[in-house]
Each structure stands twice: as structure tokens, then as C-alpha cells.
Design a protein around this ligand. Structure first.
Ligand code: 5RP
Length: 221
């Protein structure tokens, strides 16, 4: 029987528990799938020695269930980062940032030896870009960044009422069909005033877990 997206997220969140390291630090992303993952940690009574967190919301939830959250500045590169995504392609490149946490997510992903991406099947795509690409910007640079994004073929729209955990704004770039994600990641990162682009191509996922009606599929690079 066809499952709802919520059920699929729950299935993949549960499967992700297998990837929690027995000792050491766990990197935890943000978003509704990750919320289910954190709730599953609590429900199954799984011990997490310590975590690094990609958002204030994730930190609050982790602390609520008794997980110690560390400042990444006090940590060495660690084993596993678990996070959702808005889109994932066959090369394990992703669009992230639907929850506006892309900068901290990218930092934690860059420190992890293994990135485990947890999604439901609706997030799998051939070509990235149907989901508007989030770009975190320094507020005073917003309009100039938007002009430059237009020259790259996108249509940037300010995410109304959204201030990130870093005190910045998000431009959601519509209308892109991303055939060379690494190149576009470099180009957008190079625009003055851009904090982070939500393209995770240079540091993509190592494992993609995706939930289907028949169960969770694991793909490894
Ligand atoms: C937050 C993210 C999330 O991983 C992404 O938006 C997916 O969220 P959800 O699990 O709610 O579908 O990048 O910045």
C-alpha cells in the first residue's frame, strides 16, 4: 500500500539509527526527517555519546532528550553526519537548505568522514534545480547577490520572514536546471555577500538511504 511522505520519513529515520557510531561524536542535521530521527533515538533508547548540531532547533531537541551537544570548534573531524535533503541526484549531489540551516549543515558535513543522507523517495531527482536553490546571504548584499544570480539564469526570491541562525537572509533561486553542480557551487560561493549556497556537490553524500513503499533502500558511493 502507498505510504504517506510522513510514514516514509519515519521509516528512513528509523533505518538511520543503524549508522550511529557506538562511541564518539554524531553530526546531526536539521529538518522534519531529522526530527523523526532524534525522536527515534529517544524512543529506542539509543546512547549517543555526544553530538554536533546544525541548528538551534536541532540543538534544543537533542538537549531535550539528554544528548550532550558540543561546539564544533572543540571537536576533531568525526565519523558520521546524518541529515536530510531537498533533492538528491544519482551522483549523491544534493540541494539543501529548505529549513534555512545550510551553512551549519555544510560545516558539519565538511568535518564528517561519512555523510549519510536520509530522504523519502520523492527527493530523488535526475537533475537538481526544481526545488528552489537556497542561498544564504549577508543582508546588505542581498540585492547585489540577486542581480548576479539572475545573470546565472536563476530567479532569486527573498524568503520572507526568514532570518537564519547566523542572522542572515535566504534567497531561494527558482528556474535553475543544474547540469554541473560543482561548477555552479563554485560560482555562487564566489559572489561577494554569499555566506553559503545550498548545493552540496563538492561534499555530497557518501550513503543515501531512501524510503519507498516497499522499504528503505541503501545506496553507497
Ligand atoms: C534544512 C535541510 C533539510 O535537510 C531539508 O530541507 C529536508 O528537510 P525535510 O527533512 O523536512 O524534508 O536542508 O536546512
Amino acid at each position: 500500500m502507498a505510504k504517506t511522505q510522513d510514514e516514509l520519513k519515519e521509516m528512513v529515520a528509523l533505518k538511520a539509527l543503524d549508522f550511529i557510531p557506538q562511541n564518539g561524536i554524531l553530526g546531526v542535521g536539521s529538518g522534519s526527517t531529522v526530527v523523526k530521527f532524534i525522536k527515534a533515538i529517544q524512543a529506542q533508547g539509543i546512547k549517543v555519546e555526544a553530538a554536533v548540531s546544525s541548528s538551534n532547533a536541532t540543538t534544543a531537541l537533542l538537549e531535550e532528550i539528554g544528548v550532550k551537544v558540543l561546539d564544533p570548534n572543540s571537536c576533531e573531524p568525526y565519523d558520521v553526519y546524518i541529515d536530510g535533503a531537498d533533492e538528491v541526484n544519482d551522483d549523491f549531489e544534493m540541494i539543501k537548505g529548505g529549513g534555512a540551516c545550510l551553512t551549519r549543515e555544510k560545516i558539519l558535513a565538511s568535518m564528517a568522514k561519512r555523510f549519510v543522507c536520509i530522504v523519502d523517495k520523492s527527493k530523488l531527482v535526475q537533475t537538481l534545480g526544481k526545488f528552489p536553490l537556497p542561498v544564504e546571504v549577508i543582508p546588505m548584499a542581498r540585492e547585489q547577490v540577486a542581480r548576479t544570480l539572475r545573470t546565472l539564469g536563476g530567479n532569486p526570491v527573498l524568503r520572507e520572514g526568514c532570518i537564519t541562525d547566523n542572522g542572515c537572509e535566504i534567497l531561494d533561486v527558482h528556474g535553475l536546471s543544474i547540469t554541473n553542480a560543482k561548477e555552479l557551487e563554485d560560482k555562487i560561493n564566489a559572489i561577494p555577500g554569499v555566506v553559503t549556497v545550498g548545493l552540496f556537490a563538492h561534499r555530497g553524500a557518501d550513503v543515501v538511504l531512501y524510503a519507498t513503499d516497499d522499504g528503505v533502500v541503501e545506496r553507497t558511493k
